[in-house]
Design a protein around this ligand. Structure first.
Ligand SMILES: Nc1nc2c(c(=O)[nH]1)N[C@H]1C(S)=C(S)[C@@H](COP(=O)(O)OP(=O)(O)OC[C@H]3O[C@@H](n4cnc5c(N)ncnc54)[C@H](O)[C@@H]3O)O[C@H]1N2
Ligand code: MOO
Length: 396
């Protein structure tokens, strides 16, 4: 059984990234992955401008200035001040030549065309200098960046209308098991509703860089699983299949993958999620998720999603799940677990810093504990946990 962190690193290192790209408008770019490094085409700010509504003044040795006009945001005139002169100026307006500082209006008084202030401004005060944020030619956004709303705003600030992005990753999702029934059908005795496929489809649909294909429920029949996976592999970059990953005679996903391609690893030292495995069918990455719903969810979040992000073009470091440190508000002793455990918990911020609480009902069949969970708590194997100890948590 492979160690969890070794497994995560191995899976991501073995992941093949998409190379094809397309151009999309800024309106279509949210959540996509940038296919080329974007360079600043202009300085930011593009010109010296005012950070405040106030008065541009020339001569910091004065306490009175003669007001000679107004500079408003968008005003394209380049104006000039002489010593002892000032100009009404608004936030974002271009700075008149020879301005020493902008004095905010709250620190001034005006009588006719005379501006008075006893405030001693520093040279350059309230002036946003050209290029102080970015110089023309600097990297605006690196290749592989996830296009967040902020990065789209940044690209727009440089006049970009379209962006090159990697093509969407095609991901097919299946669940397996003769006991599974879709929500619109009647349950016979000992059948259950398929919760994993709707859950995984919902997880995937949160990512604009993924094109999600719902493959449906597969029966516990080797020939059907094999045929279906072979067809899906020809049409997908990745397949996610939940259930039938363990060791029972009816656990047929692994034998199907063995027939069609290669298994790169099967079984991870984590709880829940031990039977998690991955392999390939030709160029298609296949990930086997355990059937227990919590095991499916946890392995998707910690293994499946990072692998899909890498495949879609994000750098490995940015594909890994975010993690924080929080103090345990609970104890676990003694802990003889050989597998690294990911328990479901909630975070709260106390005067002692961030604290993580354990939720009830941690069974890998108990999805209800995932609903209220904010984090997965990393419990290392064979380690006692003492209250107050710092632990790694992954937000979910
Ligand atoms: N002899 C052993 N038995 C089991 C082992 C083991 O090491 N030796 N591992 C256990 C662990 S840990 C897990 S996790 C499960 C995973 O097994 P499978 O991936 O083969 O999953 P199934 O057997 O198909 O299902 C397990 C469980 O989950 C329910 N299930 C499956 N799919 C869904 C779905 N889409 N929606 C809702 N519920 C689902 C299924 O009915 C079973 O109750 O194996 C243990 N056994
Ligand atoms: O990995 Mo299983 O999920 O412990 O139940």
């Amino acid at each position: 059984m492979m160690d969890f962190y070794q497994g995560q690193e191995t899976l991501l290192q073995q992941t093949v990234r998409v190379v094809d790209s397309e151009t999309v408008t800024l309106n279509q770019a949210a959540g996509r992955i940038l296919a080329q490094t974007l360079i600043a085409t202009a300085d930011a700010p593009a010109f010296d401008n005012s950070a405040m509504d106030g008065y541009a003044v020339c001569g910091l040795d004065c306490t009175e200035w003669q007001l000679i006009g107004t500079a408003a945001a968008g005003d394209s005139r380049q104006q000039t001040l002489q010593h002892g002169q000032a100009m009404r100026i608004y936030t974002g307006a271009g700075i008149p030549l020879q301005t020493d500082a902008v004095i905010m209006q709250e620190k001034t008084s005006v009588n006719g065309n005379i501006l008075t202030s006893t405030y001693t401004a520093k040279i350059g005060e309230n002036i946003r200098r050209q290029g102080e944020e970015l110089k023309q030619g600097a990297v605006l956004l690196p290749e592989g960046a996830l296009l967040t709303p902020q990065s789209i705003g940044l690209a727009a600030s440089q006049g970009a209308c379209e962006l090159p992005v990697y093509r969407k990753l095609r991901v097919s999702v299946f669940t397996t098991g003769d006991e599974l029934v879709s929500g619109n059908s009647k349950l016979e005795q000992h059948q259950i509703y398929d919760s994993n496929r709707p859950m995984l489809l919902a997880c995937l649909r949160q990512y604009a860089f993924i094109e999600v294909i719902d493959g449906g429920i597969l029966p516990d029949k080797l020939d059907i699983i094999t045929d279906t996976l072979a067809r899906a592999a020809a049409d997908s970059d990745s397949i996610i299949i939940s259930g039938g990953a363990s060791v029972g005679d009816r656990d047929l996903v692994k034998p199907a993958l063995q027939q069609l391609g290669t298994i790169e690893n099967w079984k991870l030292a984590i709880k829940p999620g031990k039977p998690f495995g991955w392999g390939t069918i030709d160029l298609c990455r296949v990930m086997l998720l355990p059937g227990n719903p919590v095991a499916s969810f946890v392995t998707f979040k910690l293994m499946g999603l990072p692998a899909l992000q890498t495949a879609a073009g994000r750098p490995i470091q940015q594909s890994l799940p975010a993690c924080y440190q929080a103090k345990a508000a609970f104890s676990i002793a003694p802990n003889h677990q050989k597998r690294r455990e990911f328990l479901r918990g909630t975070l709260c911020f106390t005067k002692n810093g961030p604290e993580v609480q354990l939720l009830d009902k941690q069974g890998s069949h108990m999805l209800s504990s995932c609903v209220n969970a904010q984090v997965l708590i990393d419990i290392p194997p064979q380690t006692d946990i003492h209250q107050g100890q710092w632990l790694t948590v992954h937000p979910i």
